[in-house]
Design a protein around this ligand. Sequence first.
Ligand code: MG
Length: 501
Amino acid sequence: MNQNSIEKFKEELAEIYHLGAAVSVLHWDQDVNMPKKGMEMRAKSIANLSGILHDKFVSPSFSRLVRAAKKELDGGKLSDENACIVREIWREFSREKKLPLEFVKELSETTSVATSVWAEARKENDFGLFLPYLKKIVSLKRKEAELVGYKDSPYDALLDAYEPGMTAREIEMIFSELRDFLVPFLANIMKSKVRVRNILKGKFPIERQVEFNKAVAEKIGFDFDAGRLDISTHPFTTQFHPGDVRITTRYSDRDPFYSIGSTIHESGHALYEQGIPMENFGSPLGDAISLGIHESQSRMWENIVGRSENFWKYFFPRLKKAFPKNFDKAEMGDIYRYVNAVKPSLIRTEADEVTYNLHIIMRFEIEKELIEGSIAVEDLPKIWNSKVKEYFGIDVPNDALGVLQDVHWSGGLIGYFPTYALGNLYSAQFYEAAKRDVLNLEKEIRAGQFAHLLNWLRKNIHIHGKMFTARELIENASGEPLNAQYFMDYIEDKYSRIYGF
Ligand code: MG
């Protein structure tokens, strides 16, 4: 392949990215702006464009370019940047090539029906309704693992789609250490005499909340000239390119923290996307590394920064000013304990920092055994409920609040859950490294200054796109491989002080 053909490959690739950006605009518009009657036809527009996108990616002419580029890569003739692009596209390309069209179609049709059946089953609290669909999905995902191939566990093949290079064995080691720390630690918190006071009083006008959320996002570094903050049912971040990154949140007029937490979380995702160099748009050099690394950015800002005492020392007076009557009796200590209250709960999405990973660990344990075939889908409610009892010490009253709570499995997203917890672990390790490098980081946060932290994240994570694997990135940034110790130290230090033991 000569210089011209690698350029031709990159040109064609950029076209695929532009088409992808257009599809993302349609998705964003659907979730934020669209009238009800637009739904059905919009779904068709998206399906059609996605089809064109996929056809282009696997077309004979693009395949030729990819194969030629792969030869160049193997011959060691590419620059680091081009090598990264070809390596990543080859990964995606060869995975897709291993999945026959009929298989992809069957999976997509099954999950599309299963998602609406799941919603019904959850509403009716009827696991039996969902059971045949979940069985089908599990068997299709096991087939996918066989088609893709793996070394140790079939789960690795699924995990690889979300957290490339990570293995079930590695996660098992990290998670079991974490679980063995968290379960007794949570039990200690439950014995504590410290009570968290409810500080919410009266109504919090939405317009003032919108203003406050925008101010917080802007203060931590979200660039409103390169993005927007809107409202949607489920908060999310989407990017068309680094110059246009959209985030959403949702509001409750009874609870301003309901929106603030998710705004900071999505801002964290957005800061990553806004931090990727614009000139790298159109190839994996301009893509985030993995779901776990992405989540580390959202969770660092939401939890480690956004639930810290220093953060609220700066923002609490401003919150009080925005809602003077609501918070006239609240003190700094009240608010700090309130945003960090720990309570074992049935629902993952409502979980605090201490219990959240336990929700993920039990899902990982279940998924892995399902895919390895060592447990049966029929037994899930029983297995689920006994794990909740063991880890959280609480009883699951019904399947809607138990095994049926998450949408992921109905959508075929098996191997996705671990990335949430990996995000927490990465975030603590990154933050410790940033604290070593940035002088007086905590003092800066107390003064409402976030630029040095953001610069550290930009330099060590954001600008690199997919240049490094997650494994290389964490080692480069922190000096060692991913491990749970930083997260456990962070939790132990913070919560033993809050709960007085
Ligand atoms: Mg997230």
